[in-house]
Design a protein around this ligand. Sequence first.
Ligand code: SF4
Ligand code: SF4
Length: 126
Amino acid sequence: MTKIAIIRCEKNETRCPLTNCLKCVAERKEGFAGYDDCMLTGVFTCQCPGDNIADLAKILKSKGAEVIHFCTCTFAKKTNDGWDATHNGFCENIDVLIGQVNAASGLPCVKGTAHLPNGYEPKIWK
Ligand code: SF4
Ligand code: SF4
């Protein structure tokens, strides 16, 4: 059983209650397809400009998280043809923030959760 955590973006927190993220965790699909079994240990919402993201990462680790995932909507945008990673999502600095979380926690970090764009393989910071 792998204990996972999710970090989402405040720009989407009042529009999406993580519905598809949670569905994909439960069904081990999309960004969570690589786990034999997984459970959610917690969710944090990043707040611009992300200055406290290292602190959030450390707390998630202290709560038992073994891997931290970042929501697909942080880096991809919904289009008429589906989710597209060539359009920016909500965060133009998401790769920098993921690197900071990885460095602060020492945990693997995965860029992606639900509705992965066509052809996108989740990038992993180990
Ligand atoms: S990735 Fe999708 S389901 Fe998850 S928070 Fe973003 S819009 Fe909602
Ligand atoms: S720094 Fe990026 S991920 Fe964090 S709230 Fe702002 S836009 Fe969203």
